[in-house]
Design a protein around this ligand. Structure first.
Ligand SMILES: C[S@@+](CC[C@H](N)C(=O)[O-])C[C@H]1O[C@@H](n2cnc3c(N)ncnc32)[C@H](O)[C@@H]1O
Length: 281
């Protein structure tokens, strides 16, 4: 439990994850029927980009920091930047929103979110930020275990975001297994599973496990900014998307090449991919 997201807030991983999250939430809001969000690994919800952790790594400067002021960004990037800016206008110009804060801002009366965080200190900060927000429940504990109790949601529509810290290599397999279990309880939900690309072998095993599973409609998205060698550290990140909204693939085909070119840290190393791991059942 050493991982603290404050060191990484606003980095390349957050850009991809939160951009897609905002697209999915807009899709859920397009219908009047209420929806639920379950955020299994929630973090603290708001991060100060001028705080000691963010300053120490400077990661956000290679993510969000490279997008500010871009002329004519693709639609999904623009929506992401607009949302970050709207939250900054409310909470302060140096704040970066985490996934539960982004979801909380999209809830309408009748919509609901459960955010789970295991780290006791981070849980306390998140509970302070969102514990009294309308429709939001903040829980302390293991997000994987919580899924069993929370699925299926009564609303029968919603987003399940699984965003673990990947402190251990086994996390890739844990993610694939958690998806299988969750999907058996709630097959129609939109799932977003985030993973780092720093160990290509482990990523390949996870993707194969998902391909071999009974879960249909799985789109894998990857964005790389450094060469994909283990020694180079984090090369990029990926998302496993189950039941993605129908316009998301097209939206990503526009945004990913732009992001890869803008965010690459090694010239020529920026890359992206979109691949259906499994189609319709
Ligand atoms: C990558 S961060 C989450 C970032 C957040 N989803 C966002 O996008 O703003 C992972 C978080 O999971 C927490 N965590 C680690 N293991 C957990 C578990 N088993 N259940 C719930 N939370 C866990 C960590 O303390 C950390 O805050």
């Amino acid at each position: 439990m050493n991982y603290r997201h404050a060191f990484h807030a606003g980095n390349v991983g957050d850009v991809l994850k939160h951009m897609v999250q905002i697209h999915v939430l807009a899709h859920l809001r397009a219908k009047a029927k209420p929806f639920a969000v379950i955020d299994t690994h929630a973090g603290i919800g708001a991060y100060d980009l001028t705080g000691p952790a963010a300053i120490r790594t400077g990661e956000w400067r290679h993510g969000l920091g490279r997008l500010w002021g871009a002329a004519d960004p693709p639609e999904a990037v623009r929506a992401y930047l607009d949302h970050v800016r709207a939250i900054q206008e409310e909470l302060g110009a140096t704040i970066y929103p985490g996934s539960p804060l982004i979801s909380a801002h999209h809830l309408r009366p009748g919509d609901r979110m459960v955010a789970v965080e295991r780290h006791p200190e981070d849980y306390a900060v998140l509970a302070d930020l969102l514990g009294r927000a309308p429709g939001v429940i903040v829980r302390e504990g293991d997000g994987y275990a919580a899924l069993a109790a929370l699925l299926p949601p009564a609303e029968r529509r919603g987003l399940i975001l699984i965003d673990p810290p990947f402190e251990e290599r086994e996390e890739y397999q844990a993610l694939a297994l958690a998806l299988g279990r969750a999907h058996r309880r709630f097959a129609t939900g939109v799932y977003m599973l985030w993973y780092p690309i720093k160990d290509p072998g482990a990523v390949a095993v996870m993707r194969q496990m998902i391909q071999d599973s009974a879960v249909p409609r799985v789109l894998a998205v990857e964005l790389t900014v450094r060469p994909t060698t283990v020694l180079a550290g984090l090369a990029g990140c990926g998302l496993i998307l189950v039941n993605p909204p129908w316009r998301l693939e097209e939206t990503l085909r526009e945004a990913l090449p732009w992001l890869a070119a803008r965010l690459e840290t090694t010239p020529g190393a920026g890359g992206w991919s979109l691949e259906w791991l499994r189609g319709e059942a």
